[in-house]
Design a protein. Structure first.
Length: 176
């Protein structure tokens, strides 16, 4: 028996890392989501969600923001309600950036980093940033809406070197 796929509807992006050693500056990693208009899916982001923010319509929300990595399990969580996102948008790119306070840090400098994408209890993607250890930021997922309105996922960790602001400005561009 076959069923009609409704695509991806509601996703949680979860990020984990270990705190820095006592006396060292805190490690602060951030999830960033960039939303793109259907008529310019490779153009500039229509809006970004990051650092204690949410999308204008409430469909993308940073539920938990950690500035230190302290706690058990996943320290930072973002929810994307793609099924509620306006049809004006056809693409959402999700990335992770390391705040650069003091000495520059890359994923390889921070212990136990990892990202998990899940829809309900189903894991869609997991990665530990091992392939981008020298990078200061990385895209982790691209969600695209097809002509029927169904959302799909391309999960691919791609490293980026630069500060969080320049990453956020370029993370979903055609050159990234």
């Amino acid at each position: 028996m076959s069923s009609v796929s409704k695509g991806i509807r509601k996703v949680q992006v979860m990020l984990r890392w270990d705190p820095s050693l006592i006396g060292a500056p805190a490690h602060d990693l951030d999830i960033i989501a960039a939303t793109y208009l259907a008529d310019a899916p490779q153009g500039p982001a229509a809006y970004l969600v990051h650092f204690d923010s949410r999308s204008p319509d409430g469909t993308i929300l940073l539920n938990r923001d950690s500035r230190t990595g302290q706690g058990f399990g996943f320290d930072e969580v973002m929810t994307l309600e793609l099924d509620r996102l306006s049809s004006a948008y056809s693409r959402v790119v999700v990335g992770v950036a390391i705040q650069q306070k003091g000495e520059p840090k890359a994923f390889g400098d921070i212990a136990n980093t990892g990202v998990r994408l899940a829809e309900g209890h189903t894991t869609l993607f997991e990665d530990d940033f091992a392939d981008v250890q020298g990078s200061t930021a990385a895209t982790v997922a691209e969600f695209t809406r097809d002509s029927t309105g169904t959302w799909g996922l391309v999960a691919d960790v791609r490293g980026f070197d630069g500060d969080p602001d320049s990453f956020a400005a370029t993370m979903g561009g055609s050159d990234s």
